[in-house]
Unconditional design. Structure first.
Length: 294
């Protein structure tokens, strides 16, 4: 029986994988035959592997590199050697937490801290820039956490983590997700909440993953938010709304305009394609790169 792929399933399967693999290998040389497609260079392109689960990672790396994509992301440590072998990076590494199990409950802190203390030095050893993290859910089996209590709990836990992130120069990136359609009860579901978290923690090594699809569902006003709060955004994700599919004319977001707004902020990080293709996957990905290559 075929299991329906989802971000939640992919992340849950990958959680903790960063603690299982061996030390980083040396980067292998890239041959001239592997030269990528010529792009404008204003946007650094990445792609989330979980959206292309049926394509083996080796094959996927070859295909995306030919499109000019520099990164395959949301990978566990056991997958990092493959991207390095192909001359790619992992712009956003999986961490030891999960979407529903995050920093908004103090009883999670010791376990999360131990996991990140092991994972962050390994991310740094590979030379990757970011590791993802999550707020956790407001409501669970036997608890309910208010937004303010959850915010304060996240501040307490993440302040404990920042010294190791700062030491290894790895950015811990908390993702903003929608709680309306995909991730019921997820706490970090508005950009204002995430920005306030970053302000209270007060470290350059805590930033936000601004997921355009998710924030379009929750609050809209995408370009103004990017213009106002871009200093708190370490990474961006795409996705067509409604449906989280292709980012072309079949959905409501104007991605060329959004990419131009990102470029105008002086952003030098990555934009990760994180839509689930309905058509031929690699053709849809190639089209998305062309749309975002402003």
């Amino acid at each position: 029986m075929t299991m329906k792929i989802s971000r939640r399933n992919a992340l849950n399967r990958a959680a903790g994988a960063a603690l299982l693999a061996a030390a980083a290998p040396a980067v292998l040389p890239v041959s001239a035959a592997d030269a990528p497609a010529k792009l404008k260079g204003n946007i650094r392109h990445s792609v989330s592997k979980w959206c292309y689960g049926k394509i083996p990672l080796e094959e996927f790396c070859v295909a995306v590199k030919a499109m000019g994509i520099e990164s395959v992301e949301l990978l566990g440590e056991n997958e990092w050697p493959t991207v390095v072998k192909h001359g790619l990076t992992c712009a956003m590494c999986n961490g030891p937490d999960s979407i529903g199990y995050g920093w908004n409950r103090v009883e999670h802190h010791d376990k999360l801290l131990a996991g990140f203390e092991q994972a962050i030095p390994k991310v740094a050893q590979y030379g990757f820039p970011n590791i993802i993290t999550f707020s956790g859910n407001r409501v669970g089996k036997n608890y309910k956490v208010s937004d303010e209590e959850g915010l304060e709990n996240c501040v307490k836990g993440l302040k404990r983590l920042m010294p190791i992130a700062e030491k290894h120069k790895v950015t811990v990136v908390l993702e903003l997700l929608n709680s309306k359609v995909n991730h019921k009860d997820y706490m970090a579901d508005h950009s204002a909440w995430g920005v306030e978290l970053c302000k209270r923690v007060g470290s350059e090594r805590l930033k936000l993953l601004y997921d355009i699809y998710h924030m379009q569902i929750m609050e809209g006003d995408i370009i103004r938010t990017i213009q106002t709060h871009h200093q708190y955004f370490a990474h961006y994700h795409t996705g067509g709304n409604p449906g989280r599919n292709e980012i072309d004319e079949t959905q409501e977001l104007n991605y060329p305009a959004i990419m131009k707004a990102i470029v105008a902020t002086g952003y030098k990080g990555f934009v990760g394609q994180e839509f689930v293709p309905k058509r031929e996957p690699l053709a849809s990905l190639r089209q998305a790169i062309q749309i975002c290559d402003v």
